[in-house]
Design a protein. Structure first.
Length: 293
């Protein structure tokens, strides 16, 4: 208890005088950068993301904190806690409802940007990645090492939020979602502490006993809404070897949307996949998506 009181007092003295000046108070404690509205054009660029055109009023944080590592995240969370800032988290910025940003006109708020945490290492089929790794980078690096993983298709989506919202893709029917490939992660909780959380050994229901704190965190983070429980600073993923699936193939076609066209595609696919001539191990699907033309 004494140590906790001393820590709070120390941090309070460090930040307390400058709670309304995030840049002055927090930037000296980080390897990363803090961007605030007074940075003008730099701030205007920093706050832009996918939802900017549809929900611009929701994208005005008190500051954007570009963290570089877990220590930066811990410092940012502790500052937010002591100075009463709400925290939102952005990895790739693909949250369409602008929930990875915030509106400081309603309450002081900090956007923690994870795009610079791009750690990446591979040991056999175990892959460690930072939340700032894009799916394009993930797939390319895995391919160079004879590996693959099941996740989404958009190249610029980052692992950070994607793993916490399922991560569905064309391989999901056979290999599950990206969340299914996660075996552990490091996370900074609301008190600023870093925890290493591992997948429960007994599967989703553990060993029949009450969930431990580790088990509760694991399942909550991978299904309870991205960023709801803390800030993930690294994932440990279990990849698959290309050589284990030598007959794999992928084919696709794309046609403009229409009810009749959609019905024809489903019918044609159903007919083509019937009978002994079709390999039953293949996964088939008709996807409906939107594109700019």
């Amino acid at each position: 208890m004494t140590a906790a009181i001393l820590l709070t007092a120390s941090l309070g003295g460090l930040f307390g005088m400058y709670c309304d000046d995030m840049q002055q108070a927090l930037a000296p404690q980080l390897k990363g950068q803090v961007v605030v509205p007074s940075d003008n054009a730099t701030y205007d660029v920093a706050i832009q993301q996918y939802a900017y055109s549809s929900m611009p009023t929701k994208l005005h944080p008190s500051g954007v904190v570009y963290v570089q590592n877990a220590d930066d995240v811990k410092a940012a969370v502790r500052f937010a806690w002591l100075c009463d800032y709400r925290v939102t988290i952005r990895s790739g910025g693909h949250q369409y409802m602008a929930l990875s940003s915030c509106d400081s006109s309603q309450h002081k708020c900090m956007q923690v940007d994870l795009s610079n945490i791009t750690t990446f290492s591979i040991t056999d089929t175990t892959v460690r990645v930072g939340p700032g790794i894009s799916l394009l980078n993930l797939y390319e690096t895995l391919s160079q090492n004879g590996l693959f993983i099941s996740a989404g298709e958009c190249a610029t989506v980052h692992v950070g939020g994607h793993a916490q919202t399922g991560g569905y893709g064309i391989l999901s029917r056979a290999f599950g979602t990206l969340a299914d490939q996660v075996v552990a992660f490091d996370i900074v909780l609301a008190n600023g502490e870093l925890h290493h959380v591992t997948k429960p050994k007994g599967g989703k229901h553990g060993n029949g006993h009450r969930y431990s704190h580790n088990d509760q965190l694991f399942w909550a983070v991978l299904g309870g809404g991205a960023g709801s429980w803390g800030i993930v600073t690294e994932y440990v993923l279990q990849a698959h070897r290309d050589s284990d699936y030598p007959q794999s193939m992928y084919y696709s076609c794309m046609v403009p949307w229409g009810k009749e066209v959609f019905a024809d595609m489903v019918r044609a696919m159903s007919e083509a996949t019937q009978g002994a001539a079709w390999d039953a191990n293949h996964d088939e699907a008709v996807w409906v998506t939107t594109m700019k033309t």
